[in-house]
Ligand binder design. Structure first.
Ligand SMILES: [Zn+2]
Ligand SMILES: [Zn+2]
Length: 448
């Protein structure tokens, strides 16, 4: 009977001993040298071989293997509580798939971003595009918005927002606030009120999570005297992929973003102000240094967007350009490392042609409730005359009587770009294209 038990013991010893030695082999090739040694010693210790050893060797074998097992265990415990080694900084945090849809809304902007279960809409097109944007969101399975960012209060950005606010629950509404006396602005405020949703203008440097992605506010950096420069700008980041949105921010706001030292380097630049040359300065494009650019505008729009200078600069920088006027809605997908597109970039490099007397700073058939728009630039006049009784400041629309104030002279205080008219009516008609507020029309010096 004792013999049977002994044989059983030996069999168990060999079986488990071999198991531990095989485990040792696995651990060794897995790189766990300490664990492999411990496992090997323990395995050897429990095989019947141990009976061939002298008792001091037996004891030291058991003690050694116990020590190894304990140290292994504690090493593993330490390793699991330690922060993971920061790998190459390029890898950064885990990212999941993010889609960026540049929705074709004609002359205007609307960009939908989907990251996991989370969604953000940047601008909503003009008044006539609300339903189109709503249906686009529905087709993408969007049921609610984590964020609605209305870069600024121009109609081509907020026009469709009332529809979106009434049809979708929205957690956060950000507006590049520049109150206007326009129907679309009133509709927007009303829709917010109806839904009991409040809005705010975020601070530069604030960051917000959107699923695994996040975005950082880059503008407005101060108060401006016009809606375009008041645009909210943001950098959206998923893994290492970065997308830059600047609304219709113009040269001044771009310069302030750069002056603030904000990192705007990006893979994808949603080209400012529909490709206008009042935005997208060379300095700004260089700092952004995108691989891809997306222009959102309407074919044959009266502003001549996108302007040739901007296209030329993008081309010289070897940027691949996508455009909604040629390609309809365009979608980029980021997996955190790579960006892929649903279509090939445009290679037309076709600039728009300005028709009518559209000004770029415009989209401005509305009256601003803020004034002081001294620095605006404006279009060429329709029928300028070289001299006349009235001189209109081509930048701010002020009407001067020739000879009545220094602005119409040639010395100090002379305007840089006067446009002359014979009759007051002509002067006023031209001025109205630049300055819609009648209170700002007449020079206070000339008309005391
Ligand atoms: Zn716009
Ligand atoms: Zn605008």
């Amino acid at each position: 009977m004792d013999k049977v038990i002994q044989v059983m013991k030996d069999l168990f010893g060999w079986f488990f001993g071999t198991c531990f030695m095989l485990l040792a082999l696995g651990l060794f090739f897995g790189g766990a040298v300490v664990g492999a040694t411990a496992s090997l010693l323990f395995g050897l210790g429990i095989t019947p071989l141990r009976r061939k050893l002298m008792w001091p060797a037996k004891v030291s074998l058991i003690v050694l293997s116990c020590l190894f097992l304990i140290s292994c265990g504690s090493l593993a415990a330490i390793a699991s509580t330690e922060e993971p080694e920061p790998e190459d900084p390029d890898k950064e945090e885990a990212a999941s798939k993010m889609q960026v849809h540049f929705i074709d809304v004609g002359q205007g902007d609307a960009t939908l971003i989907i990251s996991g279960e989370h969604a953000m809409l940047i601008d909503a097109g003009d008044d006539s595009k609300g339903t189109k944007v709503q249906l686009y969101l529905k087709n993408q399975g969007v049921e609610k918005l984590d964020y609605l960012v209305l870069t600024h209060t121009d109609a081509d950005h907020i026009g469709g927002a009332d529809v979106i606010i009434s049809k979708f629950p929205v957690d956060n509404v950000f507006i590049g606030d520049f109150p206007k006396e326009s129907d679309v602005y009133r509709d927007l405020l009303e829709a917010l009120k109806d839904k009991g949703v409040s809005y705010s203008t975020p601070e530069v440097g604030d960051t917000y999570a959107l699923g695994d992605a996040f975005f950082m506010i880059a503008a407005p950096n101060r108060i401006y005297s016009d809606p375009n420069n008041s645009s909210i700008a943001l950098v959206l980041q998923n893994g290492v992929n970065r997308f830059l949105f600047t609304g219709d921010a113009e040269e001044k706001a771009e310069a302030d973003i750069l002056a603030n030292g904000l990192n705007i380097s990006c893979d994808v630049f949603k080209v400012g102000h529909h490709g206008s040359n009042m935005s997208n300065t060379y300095a700004f494009l260089t700092a952004a240094s995108p691989l891809y650019a997306v222009i959102s505008c309407e074919a044959d729009n009266s502003y001549g967007h996108p302007h040739a200078e901007v296209l030329n600069n993008l081309r010289a920088m070897d940027v691949k350009v996508f455009r909604t006027d040629e390609q309809g809605s365009v979608m980029a997908t980021s997996d955190g490392r790579e960006i892929t597109w649903n279509c090939a970039p445009s290679d037309s490099w076709k600039a728009g042609e300005r028709t009518q007397n559209s000004t770029d700073a415009s989209e401005r058939d509305e009256v601003y409730t803020q004034q002081d728009r001294e620095e605006e630039t404006v279009p060429e006049p329709q029928q300028p005359v070289v001299t006349g009784n009235y001189a209109v400041n081509g930048r701010n629309g002020k009407i001067h009587m020739v000879g009545a104030c220094p602005a119409t002279g040639t010395g100090d205080g002379a305007m840089a770009n006067p446009v002359y008219f014979v009759t007051y009516e002509e002067a006023e008609a031209y001025s109205m294209q630049i300055e819609s507020n009648p209170d700002n029309r007449k020079c206070k010096n000339c008309y005391k």
